[in-house]
Write a protein that binds this ligand. Structure first.
Ligand code: FAD
Length: 473
């Protein structure tokens, strides 16, 4: 029987939630042990946010090179050496960022254990060694008693019947490491991950078909935002087929035949790869959580309070395994909150101002409430919109599609939400998050001088629209 070691704060999972919690807990004076069975950085850095944005960027560069004639620039059709793209993405982006996490954890004196954690009960876990680089020298694992535990085990892709992941039918991880740009790519699921990757591969030269089961792709965004993206996807040659039920895929070494049904009519498509991107499930079912008194909800998510505390006082849960948007910046924040709570600080998660971004073309971003959500909450609100077509910077970039919309209370003009679709929406939403979180009103925004000519001006101009004194429309 192995010795039982006492640990102060143990964190299971080294993704955005776990590694940020580890750093903050260490900064707050705790002795921290982080257990990771895969690679530090989790889904986000290794097979999620970061590599997907790298491929999206490569796709934009190729597409921009080929579309440069509008600026009077003539190019040969630009070509891509995708093996080089993939090597750049892995070595210069992913490896660089994950080794940065390793360095940060070292700097903060976090003990990192490579291994898979299994919970024994509310105060003890075992770590089993994994993979060839086994860390645990006794091979049979080590047992730790913990004073505090933060669970940050993340999520994994959902599989659907008759679409077994096998090399031709792939999940998002497979889609990010393809050895070649497919000639034909079918994407099942037009959520934010499916739509981002569909756009990236279309820009990289694939013919892409999106099969979406509901009447619209990107169902979490508003209709007037979605229509801008759909128009652009169609311009890239992407077929967007909605209300389409994917039935089965039959594949050989080289391709697959995908059958789907719309209005009772079956159709087949042949594609070199079929990306199934229909959602993710929380990793709460495979590491002994049932041995503890931690409660799960009907979706398999861990029930937590506003500090991330579970039904067991000294166990916290953060990131994709708890309710709310499955996004890295939410996991970062929850990690800091949980570490602070363990230190006895009065931290709390507040989800009103969490931005959500989809890196489609153009980018979509939201924060706070839409007008419909605000009305559902019983608020009386108005909206004000300013189009990028009226912004000199967007026009000079040849990216005039999209708009900024502010949602504010009729009484007092308090900003309760905002939506941006257009160039650099992912960065622009940060100002609006600050305004929503800071309880600002449209006058505060209108009286803040924005630099000219920049993509930020439509935010100020939308506030002018709200006040009834628009300038550039
Ligand atoms: P994860 O990142 O999933 O990390 C969990 C870690 O726990 C993993 O490293 C895993 O190996 C480890 N683990 C699990 N079980 C155990 C165990 N028993 N023992 C030891 N270790 C264990 N979010 C954004 O905000 N912006 C984006 O642009 C974005 N793009 C995305 C693109 C794609 C293709 C995907 C798939 C996701 C994207 N996301 C994005 C979502 C984001 O990646 C997740 O929300 C985020 O990674 C969740 O962080 P986490 O810490 O909860 O879990």
């Amino acid at each position: 029987m192995a010795d039982v070691e006492e640990k102060e704060t143990v964190i299971v999972g080294g993704g955005p939630g776990g590694y940020v919690a580890a750093i903050r807990a260490s900064e707050l004076g705790q002795k921290v042990t982080l257990i990771e069975k895969g690679t530090l950085g989790g889904v986000c850095l290794n097979v999620g946010c970061v590599p997907s944005k790298a491929l999206i960027n490569a796709g934009h560069r190729l597409q921009e090179a080929n579309d440069a004639s509008v600026f009077g620039i003539t190019t040969q059709p630009a070509t891509i050496d995708f093996a080089k793209t993939q090597e750049w993405k892995q070595t210069k982006v992913v490896d660089r960022m994950t080794s940065g996490v390793t360095m940060l954890l070292k700097k903060h004196k976090v003990e990192v254990i490579q291994g898979e954690a299994f919970l024994d009960n509310d105060s003890q876990l075992r770590v089993m060694s994994v993979g060839p680089k086994q860390f645990m020298d006794n091979g049979g694992g080590a047992t730790f008693k913990f004073k505090n535990l933060i669970l940050a085990t993340g999520s994994r892709p959902v599989e659907i019947p008759n679409f077994k992941f096998d090399g031709r039918v792939i999940d998002s991880t497979g889609a990010l490491s393809l050895p070649e740009v497919p000639k034909e790519l079918v994407v099942i699921g037009g959520g934010y991950i499916g739509t981002e990757l569909a756009g990236a591969y279309a820009n990289l030269g694939a013919h892409v078909t999106i099969l979406e089961g509901t009447p619209s792709i990107l169902p979490n965004f508003e209709k007037d935002m979605i229509s801008v993206v759909v128009k652009k996807l169609k311009k890239k040659g992407v077929d967007v087929i909605t209300s389409a039920m994917a039935k089965k895929s039959v594949q050989d070494d080289k391709s697959g035949t995908i059958t789907y049904e719309v209005d009772g009519k079956e159709t087949t498509l042949t594609a070199d790869y079929c990306l199934v991107s229909v959602g993710r499930r929380p990793n709460t079912d495979n590491f002994g959580l049932e041995m503890t008194s931690v409660k799960l909800d009907d979706h398999g998510l861990v029930e937590v309070d506003e500090q991330g505390r579970t039904s067991v006082n000294n166990i916290f849960a953060i990131g994709d395994i708890v309710a709310g948007p499955a996004l890295a910046h939410k996991a970062f924040f929850e990690g800091k909150t949980a570490a602070g709570a363990i230190a006895g600080n009065k931290t709390a998660n507040d989800w009103v101002g969490v931005p959500a971004v989809c890196f489609a073309d153009p980018e979509l971003a939201t924060v706070g409430m839409t007008a419909a959500q605000a009305k559902d909450e019983g608020l009386e609100v108005d909206t004000a919109k300013f189009p990028f077509a009226g912004n000199a910077r967007a026009v000079s970039l040849d990216q005039p599609d999209g708009f900024v919309r502010l949602v504010y209370t009729k009484d007092g003009g308090n900003l309760v939400g905002a939506q941006v679709i257009g160039p650099e929406a992912s960065d622009l939403i940060a100002e609006l998050s600050l305004a929503v979180n800071g309880g600002m009103n449209v006058e505060d925004i209108a009286l803040t001088i924005h630099p000219h000519p920049t993509l930020s001006e439509p935010i100020q101009e939308a506030a002018d629209v709200a006040l009834g004194y628009p300038t550039h429309i």
